[in-house]
Ligand binder design. Structure first.
Ligand code: MIC
Ligand code: SF4
Length: 639
């Protein structure tokens, strides 16, 4: 058996480990972050469970840390009080980015983890089976419910050889993105194996599993081996290590071979993480901004590389260079050595240990800027500047650009790579994690004015709907509901945030949708890729969207649509996409009856043509839709 199958088998509550079948998994740990967490905890609260039933649940504040109004601070207080009430560890702002901190202080090989953030598979770097999910699915897991997924195919990524100097883990995942594309990973777990695995440290592995998300993968995982043990020992958690390696005769559903010796520095061009080219092929482009950080490249190893490389050098005067260490531990350890001094002296701007520029929480680049970032997403407008050209690359490539002012191949630019020595022991100080109170019954949950109560939906679709919007392929949840410093503070306020739905794609969408009783959105391939934000389903539902009809869906968004009672349909014949335009009136038989009786979903277009739509839903998912969403279903007798 593969590593992934071994862990799935140990956590299987329902279904069979056959690719394509629905399986229910027992979840050991959960994590949330503040941008999705407020909604997740409101939903958990509505379930009426007195205390979380997981082995460990952690609530992080790392996204909405810019407090330019009362909203984010209201959310933080709510999260702190609800955590202590219900048995959740609270990690306040300043502690660091959830995935980096979880790896350092909480991750355990062989355990299952779900998080209300799409980059939760970062935990795969330490041998966890970790999934991104909508906030409501995380709330359910905290209440002791299974987590349902379609059993993925397990793809072996066979790493051969060893990386050369200035080529890094980021280049491995960029290479995989080049090969597989942003939709290539759907329905798959990428399991890393082969000789090359032994040459990669836990943070390097985590860089790779983190960005497996950009492939659309269900998750990605590395074995738990001696290197994992070494990491845990240095973190003072060696007792939690267990070996989990594939059997010698492990069977996989496919194999991809990457020869690390042959890899060169790579870079993803605007505006998709899979638009990957060799750095040397686009050398010379002038760079305005460089950012090093985010949950994919903010570990101590990354930061020490930055410090050692910048020592005695100065950042190009035309480059705005920002560095965000991933956690308090990383920042404190930089402060203990000369490393922080070397970074500051080079001309860098040091940011808080948080998501920051990765989610447009500050540091939006200048108009039409070229920005090189070690982050994981470069969707159009995500930086906060609509016409910015954002490239994704390794810290090595970012450093060469920050110093030279141009896109530059670091292999040629730098000569020998500095030797980075990791400390024997990490600085361990867990004082900033707040443990929940023993008896939560007396704890008051504080809800400031930014926390707006949940809205309950019902299934009220009959036999007609109007096409409220038509969009193309690879629509991300950043397109559906943008993030950034101006919109993120309304994540706990559905009526307000829904006004921004599709704002950058069609500024009139929200107003128009509200006037339609039953709306349909028409989409292309891989609809809903990217972030796990359930607001990308909730806000459209609030605006009366009842059906999504697309060529194909991304996994987390599909689950979120069902959770909030939106019927997810796919074109039986993708060419029928051309038969519907925005504003068209569409008719069909009674929608509830179609679902109940398993009938074909036949849609009559404005011109009288008939379109067949498919719905690959389990009985459980149909019941959820007919109940008006997961929260209603959980509370109803049908469960
Ligand atoms: C992101 O990287 O897009 C986010 C912000 O971390 C999201 C979660 C969110 O939208 O709150 C994610 O990746 O799921
Ligand atoms: Fe935060 Fe960016 Fe990571 Fe999302 S991808 S969790 S915004 S650092």
């Amino acid at each position: 058996m593969s590593v992934a199958k071994k862990i799935i088998e140990r956590h299987l509550l329902s279904g069979e480990m056959k690719a394509g079948e629905e399986i229910g998994l027992k979840i050991d740990q959960t994590l949330t972050q503040d941008a999705t967490g407020t909604m997740a905890y409101l939903q958990f609260e509505a379930m009426g469970v007195p205390r979380v039933k997981t082995k460990l649940s952690v609530s992080y504040v790392d996204h909405n840390t810019l407090q330019s109004g009362f909203e984010n601070a209201d959310d933080h207080k709510f999260l702190q009080t609800i955590a202590t009430k219900y048995g959740i560890v609270f990690s306040p702002a300043g502690n660091g980015i959830c995935h980096q901190v979880h790896l350092e202080r909480f991750g355990v090989p062989g355990m299952t983890l779900i998080g209300s953030d799409s980059h939760t598979p970062t935990g795969g770097g330490i041998g966890m089976l970790a999934f991104g999910a909508g906030g409501l699915d995380v709330a359910c897991a905290m209440a002791g419910q299974p987590f349902y997924i379609t059993m993925p195919k397990i793809i072996k990524v066979n790493l051969k050889g060893k990386l050369r100097d200035w080529v890094s883990a980021k280049d491995i995942i960029l290479e995989l993105l080049r090969i597989e594309s942003v939709k290539g990973g759907r329905g798959k777990i990428y399991e890393f194996a082969g000789e090359g695995v032994k040459t990669l440290s836990v943070p390097e592995r985590a860089t790779i599993t983190n960005m497996g998300t950009e492939l659309g993968a269900t998750t990605s995982i590395f074995p738990s081996d001696e290197i994992t043990k070494d990491f845990l020992v240095r973190q003072g958690r060696g007792n939690l290590w267990t070996q989990i390696v594939p059997d010698a005769d492990a069977v996989y559903d496919g194999e991809i071979i990457i020869d690390l010796n042959e890899l060169e520095p790579l870079i993803a061009c605007p505006h998709m993480p899979d638009k990957v080219v060799k750095v040397k092929d686009i050398e010379g482009i002038t760079v305005d901004q460089v950012g090093i950080g985010s949950c994919t490249n903010s570990s101590l190893a990354d930061m020490l590389l930055v410090a050692r490389t910048l020592k005695g050098r100065k950042i190009n005067k035309d480059v705005s260079f920002v560095v965000s260490p991933g956690s308090r531990q990383v920042l404190a350890m930089l402060g203990q050595s000369e490393a922080l001094f070397d970074i500051i002296e080079s001309g860098a701007r040091i940011l808080e240990s948080a998501c920051g520029p990765c989610i447009g929480m500050g540091q939006s680049p200048k108009s039409a800027a070229v920005s090189l970032r070690t982050f994981n997403r470069n969707f159009e407008g995500r930086s906060g500047t609509k016409d910015a050209q954002v490239y994704l690359c390794s810290p090595e490539v970012a450093l060469a650009a920050a110093l030279s002012g141009k896109i530059t191949d670091p292999v040629k630019y730098f000569g020998k790579k500095p030797d980075i020595k990791m400390p024997e022991k990490f600085l361990i100080d867990d004082a900033q994690f707040q443990q929940p109170s023993e008896d939560g019954s007396k704890v008051e949950v504080i809800k400031g004015p930014n926390i707006v109560s949940l809205k309950q939906f019902t299934f009220d679709l009959k036999n007609n709907a109007t096409a409220a919007l038509k969009v193309g392929d690879n629509i991300s949840t950043d397109h559906i509901l943008p993030a950034g410093a101006k919109i993120l503070p309304f994540r706990s306020n559905l009526p307000k945030i829904s006004e921004f739905t599709y704002a950058a794609v069609d500024p009139d969408f929200a107003k128009r949708a509200k006037t339609i009783e039953n709306g349909i959105i028409i989409g292309g391939e891989n609809y809903g890729q990217g972030s796990s934000r359930e607001h990308a389903a909730l806000a459209p539902r609030f605006l009366n969207i009842k059906i999504l009809l697309v060529k194909s869906f991304a996994r987390i968004h599909l689950a979120n649509l069902i959770n909030f009672g939106i019927i997810p349909l796919t074109f039986d014949n993708p060419k029928d996409y051309d038969l519907i335009e925005t504003g068209d009136a569409l008719t069909f038989a009674d929608a509830a009856n179609i679902l109940k009786n398993n009938e074909d979903f036949l849609i009559k277009t404005k011109n009288g043509k008939q379109i067949k739509a498919n719905y690959a839903l389990t009985q459980r998912q149909k019941e959820i839709l007919l109940a008006g969403g997961l929260l209603n279903w959980i509370k109803s007798d049908s469960k």
